[in-house]
Ligand binder design. Structure first.
Ligand code: COA
Length: 321
């Protein structure tokens, strides 16, 4: 049995912040941001939370698949920005949508989180432990971004995407290639809340997202093509046999470099970072759900999903829709 996506959903905050709006907060411009990244706008949470967006995306995925929440057996939320340190966002979503029979937990793998959750779900489904899994990637990155730091705050957005995966004899996940390199954790990180126990010095501050942009860029353009090629080789496929390459929406120039390296046209790499920015773990499932909504995914299509992010972490998979 293979893991197959049978329903997708997404949720974006109502407030759309374009680059001109960001230029009122920090010394930047629409020209600089859009030329270097391809991002023109992002959605930022005013009322929305990681939980509310997760639940909305999950309900849409279940509805599109005509599947009952109480039949969900595994519920994973990939996030680095849960509303609470404990319980997990997954347990909160479980209550919110009524997935009362599911085993629920979160995964922290930053922008690769959705791919990691798919990896875990596949192992459970292939082993026969569970017959289905509801996977959610959700982030409220606006709460960990330093809104005085123009080198990072212009890049990120909030949102959630979801995919319902079931055991299937036809199609589904054909191959995967994932990795982690903790040696390089310090090129992209966010410190947690400070320890204020009585033994520690007072006055430590909560951390914000910090990034060495050029290091991340170099890592991405080197590693993403490698893991896609590895996943393709495992599936016995060539790039030209793939219908769509759905990549993590961090930067248009990274996607262009990957397309060039694989010898594929940019048109095969749909993008939404112009409207959503980088939504970390939510990026892949949001784009997948939007493409599904627009009728861009057809039964039998071969699709590559690939992402990279803090950790460092990365991954690619090949699936048949
Ligand atoms: N607006 C205007 N100027 C900005 C700016 C902004 N938002 N951010 C940085 N700059 C300035 C810098 O201060 C620097 O000025 P200086 O030359 O006077 O020192 C100049 O622009 C160039 O900065 P640099 O960092 O060299 O730009 P870059 O070409 O490397 O682009 C990124 C920066 C962040 C867009 C690019 O490195 C990148 O996309 N990296 C990958 C990041 C990523 O994807 N992270 C998420 C991973 S999941």
């Amino acid at each position: 049995m293979r893991a197959k996506i049978i329903g997708t959903g997404y949720s974006l905050p109502a407030f759309r912040a374009d680059n001109d709006y960001l230029a009122t907060l920090v010394d930047t411009s629409d020209e600089w941001i859009s030329e270097r990244t391809g991002i023109r706008a992002r959605h930022l949470a005013k009322e929305e939370t990681t939980l509310s967006m997760s639940a909305e995306a999950a309900r849409m995925a279940l509805e599109r698949a005509n599947f009952r929440a109480e039949d969900v057996e595994l519920l994973i939320v990939a996030t680095i920005t849960g509303d609470m340190d404990t319980p997990s966002t997954a347990c909160q979503v479980q209550k919110e949508i009524g997935a009362k029979h599911a085993l629920a937990f979160d995964i922290n793998a930053a922008c690769s989180g959705f791919l990691y959750s798919l990896h875990v779900a596949e192992a459970f489904i292939e082993s026969g432990t569970y017959r289905n899994a509801l996977l959610i990637g959700a982030e409220t990155l606006s709460k960990i971004v330093d809104w005085t730091d123009r080198t990072t705050c212009v890049l990120f957005g909030d949102g959630a995407g979801a995919a319902l995966v079931t055991a299937s004899e036809n199609g589904g996940l054909l191959s995967q290639s994932l990795g982690s390199n903790g040696e390089k954790w310090d090129v992209l990180f966010c410190e947690g809340r400070p320890n204020e126990n009585p033994l520690r010095a007072k006055g430590q501050k909560c951390g914000y997202l910090k990034m060495d942009g050029q290091e991340v860029f170099k890592f991405a353009v080197r590693t993403v093509p490698q893991c896609i090629e590895d996943a393709l080789a495992k599936a016995g496929l060539k790039p030209e046999e793939i219908d769509l390459f759905i990549l993590h929406q961090a930067n248009k120039r990274i996607i262009q470099a990957v397309a060039k390296r694989l010898g594929m046209a940019e048109e095969e790499f749909p993008m939404n970072m112009d409207e959503c920015g980088n939504t970390s773990a939510a990026s892949l499932p949001i784009l997948l759900a939007q493409l599904d909504e627009r009728g861009r995914l057809h039964p039998g299509d071969r699709i590559v999903l690939s992402g990279f992010g803090a950790g460092l972490t990365w991954g690619a998979c090949v699936l048949e829709w």
